[in-house]
Design a protein around this ligand. Structure first.
Ligand code: NAD
Length: 260
């Protein structure tokens, strides 16, 4: 008997990086991951990769900021599997620019993906979780849910906001056996981070190596990047928790960059 046997888990942004690793590991432990991503082609490729291991997986096209698409994607999952046990709200982007001239459109775009996306997917899944009297919701936060960095105003704002959302859901979901928690990773080498290394080098006038050493990993205990596997393990810990005691929490996985 594996930890997620018979469980259906929707993971947003699972066509790449951290979300993909969560989907792969959820499937390896008996679960059926639904790869919900803006990039349908990449989502289908991920689902196909997982099916080759003998597990089930399903890809749905979903822009998490589009209310109709979110509702449609969740309806497809319900039509196919009849329930949703786990939601991992993970889709996200990064935009690095100084606050003094941060374009309003880009501010709104980032907040929409992280916060509106978390709200819309949560709301759509909750109806089914409440009906089944069970659910595990995990939000992808960041060390930036607890700390700030220069050039990341909307990201830091959004990631702090997810902790608020999780706390409200922990209270409202309790009577329906729905828990809500947040995982807060340090820097992980995914496309999201690879893109910002040259951008930060340019903004600060330093080399890419200096961005990694003097900004990204400066405050870790060992100068190491966190891995997708490290993050997936923490997410699946919350997603697989049998006790409702574990709710309203945030767990930092960052090589000690941030200590509680
Ligand atoms: P990534 O770029 O590798 O993957 C992000 C995925 O999200 C992509 O597949 C992309 O298509 C999808 N996506 C983007 N916008 C979307 C939208 N509107 N609707 C649906 N899907 C969308 O990034 P990642 O590093 O794996 O990041 C995943 C999450 O982890 C994000 O929330 C990010 O903020 C968070 N995070 C990342 C790091 C890190 O260092 N990489 C650290 C802390 C937190």
């Amino acid at each position: 008997m594996s930890r997620f046997d018979g469980k259906i888990g929707i993971i947003t942004g699972a066509a790449s990086g951290i979300g993909k690793e969560i989907a792969v590991r959820f499937a390896a432990e008996g679960g059926t991951p639904v790869i919900a991503d803006l990039n349908l082609q990449a989502a289908q490729a991920t689902a196909e990769e997982i099916r080759k291991t003998g597990a089930d997986a399903f890809a749905v096209a979903m822009n998490v900021t589009d209310e109709a698409q979110v509702e449609q994607g969740i309806a497809e999952v319900i039509a196919r599997y009849g329930k949703i046990d786990v939601l991992v709200s993970n889709a996200g982007i990064q935009i690095v620019k100084p606050l003094v001239d941060f374009p309003y459109e880009e501010w709104k775009k980032l907040l929409a993906i992280h916060l509106d996306g978390a709200f819309l997917t949560t709301r759509a899944c909750l109806k089914h979780m409440y009906a089944a009297n069970y659910g595990r919701v995990v939000y992808m936060g960041s060390v930036h849910s607890k700390e700030a960095s220069k050039l990341k105003a909307p990201y830091v704002t959004a990631k702090h906001g997810l902790i608020g959302l999780a706390k409200v859901l922990a209270k409202e979901g309790a009577e329906h056996n729905v828990t809500a928690n947040v995982v807060c990773p340090g820097f992980v080498r995914t496309p999201l981070v690879d893109k910002q290394i040259p951008e930060q080098a340019q903004e600060f006038g330093i080399t890419e190596e200096q961005v990694v050493k003097t900004i990204m990993l400066k405050d870790t205990v060992d100068g190491e990047f966190t891995t997708t596997a490290d993050v997936a393990e923490a997410v699946l810990f919350f997603a697989g928790a049998s006790s409702n005691a574990l709710t309203g929490q945030s767990l930092v996985v960052s090589h000690g960059w941030f200590m509680q």
